[in-house]
Design a protein around this ligand. Structure first.
Ligand code: GCU
Length: 620
């Protein structure tokens, strides 16, 4: 009985999530994500913010753990009110303006030694003045990402909250923001929880904080809030998608989408919800590709608003074992990347960070990057558009998520929708990955299938995948296969394997036989071995560069035998921080599978993979 009720509730939650416009969200009062909102920035709130470390959440609960915002008489004790003593007798036990500062955007772990391992609440406060440029305009606060939960207060009023450490969110603050002395206070908590996404256990550092840009954006009363423009599924010369207006005068409005270099435009009229479909036949379309990453200036306008974006157009489909980019078979010469600037320390966030990471990938001979294990900052996809690098973006459904918890599904689906919403116009992005290395159970299957259905419902012109796990067949562990039922739902059958590192020594690679009976492209989303940069020994000395190089040599020979293999993204471009990696003198809190060390030195295996990609690139 209980189960059937649970199933029915879960089923209801699932159905609701298939409605992309359904305003489900894990916040109180977020505005639907505004497309390309950085273009509308009128004030950056990046820079120094005062902060208060609050492990007992003294600024939110009274000593009986009752939230202050439920007992108005004690509101001045709540940190988000930014209360100052009225006179010398008054007792206020916090003061942001006398507190130290942290930089935004940046994680807090890499800014202060005492915060390196900190997990809990930190309050941030930023004061600012703001003058609107025209009466009647609307004002929004935009956050590129905050890990993990953000409770947002402006001038003492709660705007809402957001959960998910790697996707953007925005709140409308029209009528609340004032010309002078605004104070924006964010309660940030990065505590890992079993029912969250990701869950308790990850092999990466739990960087907390306001890790990406914070801006104030301004729009007309009725503005272009969203648009999606890509080559129509199955078409070579029709652009399709939609534009959406937000505001009181959104219904029945003419919207013009124009592409000057194609000497073309289309005029559409919105429906009562402010939505209008687009379908535009084009001639002589200059396709986007890694060899020729051509981007068009697309302009969308109404009589009162205009937004431009640089958008590339290409097709990406699978046909049998082939991945076809603009109709031509490709091999994805990839590398996996965490969002970290290991040299500076901490989360990567800037265009310069993206430039460093993607230039290293290019140097390796890559035409593809797997942005693991969560949505990276927007600079990565936008720079990949410009540099001609194909991209795999991933939802942080990692390892042992709570598969039967409807709220966990809602959190995962919300982050997936925010990831797709932000990057759906990026030609470089060709794969949405639902998960990484998740255990095969019926509940996990339902969870992932519903995520895949949600993604396809929103965007049917990209490939769906997930990093699955391979295993030996019964009775012969040297014959490897994938029997994961989710493989039938993906376009790209991807899997991680660590033969030669976690599974035997490198010479085991030569004994392995691969057997897949999918008529789909196969992609190895991870293989790798640790090496401490600069540590040398013979090819069987664990942790040496020579061992890592030997493992790559043997793996690259092995993968040539994998039927339908059409790409790989070895683990990983750069050493990265992980609390799970504690071997003194070797790991010291770092996962050493990088082909580049945390000091930027290329290891021997870097050149082994580079050589392999040079050979492969001659065949495709
Ligand atoms: C797993 C996992 C990675 C992890 C890697 C490793 O495959 O996907 O997140 O870092 O193995 O063990 O180094």
């Amino acid at each position: 009985m209980i189960k059937s009720i649970t199933t029915r509730i879960f089923g209801l939650v699932t159905i609701l999530f298939l409605l992309p416009a359904f305003p489900f969200s894990t916040s109180l009062a977020q505005t639907a994500l505004i497309q390309n909102i950085p273009k509308r920035a009128v004030l950056s709130l990046n820079g120094k913010w005062n902060y208060i470390i609050d492990p007992y959440e003294t600024g939110y609960y009274d000593y009986r753990t009752k939230p202050f915002d439920e007992s108005l008489k004690q509101q001045d004790r709540a940190f988000y009110t930014n209360t100052k003593p009225k006179d010398k007798t008054e007792r206020i036990e916090y003061d942001f303006d006398k507190s130290p500062t942290l930089l935004v955007p940046r994680d807090w772990n890499s800014q202060e030694e005492k915060l390196l391992y900190y997990e809990g609440t930190i309050w941030y406060k930023k004061s600012f003045d703001f003058k609107t440029s025209a009466p009647g305009n609307r004002i929004f606060l935009y956050f590129g990402a905050v890990n993990y939960r953000a409770d947002v207060y402006l001038n003492g009023k709660k705007l809402g909250f957001h959960k998910g450490g790697f996707t953007p969110f925005n709140f409308e603050v029209t009528g609340l923001v004032r010309e002078k002395d605004n104070f924006l206070i964010i309660k940030v908590n990065n505590t890992r929880k079993a029912d969250e996404v990701p869950t308790l256990n990850t092999d990466w550092w739990n960087y907390g904080g306001i890790t990406r840009d914070v801006i104030v954006a301004e729009t007309p009363a009725t503005f272009i809030s969203d648009y999606f423009v890509q080559l129509k599924k199955g078409s070579e010369d029709v652009l399709s998608g939609y534009v959406k207006l937000n505001g009181p005068a959104r219904s029945g409005i003419e919207v013009v989408l124009s592409i000057a270099e194609l000497k073309t435009h289309i005029t559409v009229r919105t429906d009562t919800s402010g939505m209008a479909a687009i379908e535009l036949a084009v001639r002589d379309l200059h396709r986007w590709s890694p060899q020729d990453p051509f981007l068009y200036d697309v302009k969308i306008s109404t009589t009162v608003d205009e937004v431009t974006d640089r958008i590339g157009f290409r097709t990406i489909v699978t046909s049998g074992p082939e991945i076809l980019l603009n109709g031509r078979p490709i091999f994805l010469r990839g590398i996996s990347i965490h969002e970290e600037n290991a040299i500076r320390g901490g989360r990567a966030y800037s265009r310069e960070d993206a430039q460093m990471l993607l230039s290293w990938a290019k140097e390796l001979g890559c035409n593809f990057v797997r942005l693991a294990h969560y949505p990276h900052n927007e600079n990565m996809a936008r720079l990949a558009d410009e540099m001609g690098i194909l991209v795999w973006e991933e939802n942080p459904v990692y390892w042992t998520i709570q598969w039967s918890n409807p709220e966990t599904f809602e959190t995962a689906a919300n982050q997936l929708k925010e990831m797709i919403s932000r990057d759906k116009n990026r030609a470089s992005v060709i794969v949405w990955s639902m998960a990484n290395e998740t255990p095969v159970t019926p509940e996990r299957m339902t969870f992932l299938k519903n995520l895949a259905d949600t993604a396809r419902h929103i965007d049917n012109v990209r490939l769906i995948s997930a990093a699955l796990e391979q295993h030996g067949i019964p009775g012969n562990e040297l014959v490897r296969t994938i029997e994961d039922p989710f493989a039938q739902y993906v376009d790209l059958v991807s899997f991680n394997e660590y033969i030669g590192w976690y599974d035997g020594l490198p010479d085991k690679c030569a004994k392995i036989e691969w057997k897949f009976d999918f008529n789909k492209p196969v992609f190895i989303s991870e293989f790798g071995a640790d090496a401490l940069g600069g540590m040398h020994g013979d090819s069987l000395t664990r942790w040496s560069e020579e061992y890592q190089q030997y493992m790559y040599q043997e793996t690259l020979k092995m993968i040539g035998k994998i039927p339908n293999l059409r790409g790989c993204s070895p683990w990983i471009l750069v050493d990265f921080r992980s609390p799970r990696r504690v071997l003194p003198g070797i790991q010291d809190g770092w996962n050493r599978k990088g082909l580049i060390s945390e000091t930027g030195n290329r290891k021997k295996a870097f050149y082994t993979l580079k050589q392999f990609y040079e050979t492969i690139s001659k065949k495709y």
